[in-house]
Design a protein around this ligand. Structure first.
Ligand code: ASP
Length: 333
């Protein structure tokens, strides 16, 4: 049988880390060569690799997202699938961003990483990488995370545990596959197709997230508006509720709209969706021009806003982009 041809992109993370002199984990100098530690990979896959970066993903930058998307788009016809090794801390952000930059993908792009470095005797890196390669050979046409025993749509994923070998959850969308003794995809995945993505890899990094807490002083939000910010994601309470009584944020939201700064309302709840018409507190924010983040995760909403601002600065167009489903990140009612 012909071995699947996979392009492996190295983007750092624990999977490629070693203990340094201070005995803390730091990026390994040999990151580019770490597949040599799993020789069986070459028995099953025909692998080429490209180096993106070796940073802890806490330090990942938008330029890395752009580089990952650009390399995949340029190589889309040359490989059966793509695997990106990346730190788990921001994997949901990077993989969501790549899903917007490469719409109409047609082939699998599989992110994976590890909780324990590949040099550790109990590492999960080897199995995660082997499974990611297998998933990248399957009938899949979208950006996913394969980690532990789960396959998740990237822009529906969230890192939930800093130590669990199945670290990611998909609270608002079913898992799209399971990694057991067999790897199975369920009916929620997008299958392979002959579609070719159009690369749209521009992002605006001037996006800030502000959680609502009781007693939040609107002057902090107003300071944000004057800080050079391009867009704001508010993690509201409950169904998308923003204070409109004591310490009301309503005049600040109106100001944001007047300044052409999009404000997207996400929720602090892990389950359910934003319903801005349910309570007066939500209606006030909606009437002030805020955009509903619907059931998008924080990672999906922030990277989508960065992506939307990379395509246009027109508030109406940004609203339109944010409200529609572009890569499976929100549930169309
Ligand atoms: N701090 C690490 C990173 O995100 C954690 C990991 O890879 O799991 O790069």
């Amino acid at each position: 049988m012909k071995k699947p041809k996979i392009l492996l992109l190295f983007a750092g993370g624990t999977i490629a880390m070693v203990n340094n002199l201070e005995n803390t984990l730091a990026p390994a100098p040999y990151a580019e060569e770490f597949t040599n530690l799993i020789p069986e990979l070459n028995d099953h896959f025909n692998i080429d690799s490209q180096f993106i970066t070796s940073v802890d993903s806490t330090n990942i930058q938008i330029t890395h997202w752009e580089k990952i998307a650009t390399i995949i788009e340029a190589n889309i016809s040359n490989y059966d699938g793509f695997v990106v090794t990346h730190g788990t801390d921001t994997m949901s952000f990077t993989s969501s961003a790549v899903s917007y930059a490469l719409q109409d993908l047609g082939k699998p792009v599989v992110f994976t990483g590890a909780q324990l470095p590949i040099s550790h005797w109990r590492t999960d890196a080897k199995l995660n990488l082997i499974n990611a390669m297998a998933v990248a050979s399957m009938n899949l046409g979208e950006v996913v995370i394969a980690f532990g025993s789960k396959i998740l749509r990237a822009n529906r994923s969230t890192k939930q545990s800093e130590s669990d070998f199945s670290a990611f959850v998909s609270n608002k969308y079913p898992f799209i596959g399971n990694i057991k003794s067999e790897i199975t995809l369920n009916s929620f995945h997008k299958p392979r197709s002959n579609k070719k993505p159009t690369l749209k890899a521009n992002f605006d990094e001037n996006v800030v997230v502000l959680p609502i807490i009781p007693g939040l002083n609107p002057k902090h939000f107003d300071a944000l508006l004057n800080s050079g910010v391009s867009g704001i994601v508010i993690t509201a309470v409950g169904a998308g509720n923003i204070p409109n009584g004591a310490k009301t944020l309503t005049p600040s939201l109106v100001k944001a709209t007047e300044m052409g700064i999009p404000v997207v309302i996400a929720t602090q709840c892990n389950q359910g969706t934003v319903h801005m018409n349910l309570y007066e507190t939500g209606v006030a924010a909606f009437d002030s021009g805020a955009i509903s983040g619907q059931d998008m995760t924080l990672e999906a909403a922030t990277t989508k806003l960065m992506w939307a601002l990379g395509q246009t600065k027109d508030l109406n167009q940004i609203r339109e982009i944010m409200e529609k489903n572009i890569a499976g990140e929100l549930t169309v009612k």
